[in-house]
Design a protein around this ligand. Structure first.
Ligand SMILES: *[C@@H]1O[C@H](CO)[C@@H](O)[C@H](O)[C@H]1NC(C)=O
Ligand SMILES: *[C@@H]1O[C@H](CO)[C@@H](O)[C@H](O)[C@H]1NC(C)=O
Length: 416
């Protein structure tokens, strides 16, 4: 009976030790260590989490208790044996020596003792079972914890990966943005270039093949040459012009400098002949161009004796001298087409405005030869001015003045 209990206990205790398959415990021979081989297998418990330590301690305590119980049982066995022998002797002697009192040291009822022991074992068994359940629960929660930690680590890794991807995406986006910006700016400059080309190519066959139209006698229609003049000791100015204005064609061009609004002016005002002003000194020119047809005119001047020449359609029609002799043409002024300046670049007078069309306004800082001038006038030569060349980009128009393609010298074949 006791051995059987011990065996049950043993099985229960072994159940604690291994989470895997249970050990099958054989009945322990009497007197053997009821440790279920715990000592020899104890080494197998290698993990040392606090939970497992606690459980191991509990089991050790239980083992201790069992050992104590065993001792008790052994001593009870001894007592029972003794009692049995006493009983036998007693029964035997009662038959022979009736009335002898030997029952004074009789212990409690052995059946009661065993009953109590059984109860103790039962409660121990219950505790062990509880422990076993807790063990499994804790193993499960340990697994859960482990799983949770694993999941946490995985989550962290995942977040890191996502962050990396976000970073890559941002970099990619930036690169794309930079690339797009470069492409856009390249496209923009290309479009600007195309617009420029369209302006210069589609409007005019070449940058010099245009004219400026000044259709009304106003004080606000005009063209302006963007380039100024250097200091000069001689000049030639040539242009094509067409006008039928009357009286007088007005002012084809004027050059004003600070302190001298009439530094160089060509003007036909009222019923006066065409006049050339240099430093506000006047020479009257024998030119007549107001017949509504294109005419080529050139005027040369040199500071030496103030000598001048006037050409119309390639022919020199007049010369003179003493026009602002030894005067150097002052630099840094403003050339206006179609208006006479009372101050530099402004204060125009409508009665002096040019009405008609102008083209090929070129200036040189020297006196051109008659042959050169004839070449220009008969369209056999093209020679842009060395100080003011007639180029689209050099001429601005204001107030309703306009640029248009030039129809003169269209089929010329240039020699130079
Ligand atoms: C992308 O550009 C933004 C704004 O210019 C900047 O804040 C960010 O740091 C850039 N990212 C990278 C990866 O260069
Ligand atoms: C144009 O002028 C040049 C230079 O004076 C001359 O050689 C040429 O013969 C002229 N051509 C015509 C068609 O008049």
């Amino acid at each position: 009976m006791l051995l059987l209990l011990a065996a049950v206990l043993c099985a229960a205790a072994r159940g604690q030790e291994a989470t895997g398959g249970r050990f099958v415990c054989n009945a322990i021979p009497p007197g053997a260590e009821p440790g279920c081989g715990y000592g020899s297998t104890g080494n197998r418990v290698q993990s040392s989490s606090p939970l497992e330590d606690e459980l191991r301690n509990t089991i050790l305590q239980l083992r201790e208790t069992i050992l104590q119980q065993k001792e008790t049982i052994v001593s009870q066995q001894g007592t029972i044996k003794e009692l049995n022998s006493k009983l036998a002797r007693c029964e035997g002697s009662r038959r022979k020596e009736y009335g002898k009192n030997t029952m004074g040291d009789l212990p409690r009822d052995p059946g009661e003792t065993i009953d109590q022991l059984g109860k103790t074992m039962q409660s121990l068994k219950g505790r062990l079972e509880n422990l076993e359940v807790r063990w499994h629960q804790q193993i499960a929660s340990g697994l859960r914890e482990l799983l949770r930690q694993r999941l946490g680590a995985l989550e962290t890794q995942l977040l890191r990966k996502v962050a990396e991807l976000e970073e890559e995406k941002s970099q990619l986006y930036n690169e794309t943005a930079a690339h797009r910006q470069r492409t856009e700016s390249a496209l923009n400059s290309l479009m600007e270039r195309i617009t420029e080309l369209e302006k210069s190519n589609n409007a005019f066959k070449s940058p010099e093949d245009f004219k400026v139209s000044l259709p009304l006698r106003t004080n606000y229609l005009y063209g302006r040459i963007k380039k100024s003049l250097p200091e000069m000791y001689a000049f030639t100015v040539c242009m094509w012009l067409k006008s039928s204005a009357s009286p007088g064609i007005g002012t084809p061009f004027s050059y004003g400098v600070p302190g001298q609004a009439n530094e160089i002016v060509l003007i036909e005002w009222g019923n006066n002949p065409i006049e050339l002003l240099v430093n506000d000194k006047v020479a009257q020119l024998p030119l007549a161009v107001s017949d509504g047809r294109w005419h080529h005119i050139c005027i040369t001047w040199t500071t030496r004796d103030g000598f001048w020449e006037a050409y119309q359609d390639g022919e020199r029609l007049g010369t003179g001298d003493n026009l602002a002799p030894w005067h150097p043409i002052k630099p840094g002024g403003v050339i206006i087409l179609g208006q006479e300046q009372d101050i530099v670049g402004g204060r125009f007078d409508a009665t002096q405005a040019f009405v008609g069309e102008l083209s090929q306004f070129n200036m040189w800082d020297r006196v051109l030869r008659p042959v050169d001038i004839m070449g220009l006038a008969n369209c056999s030569a093209y020679m842009p001015g060395n100080v003011v060349p007639w180029i689209d980009a050099n001429v601005e128009v204001f107030g309703g003045a306009s640029k248009a393609a030039l129809e003169i010298c269209e089929d010329r074949a240039f020699d130079s």
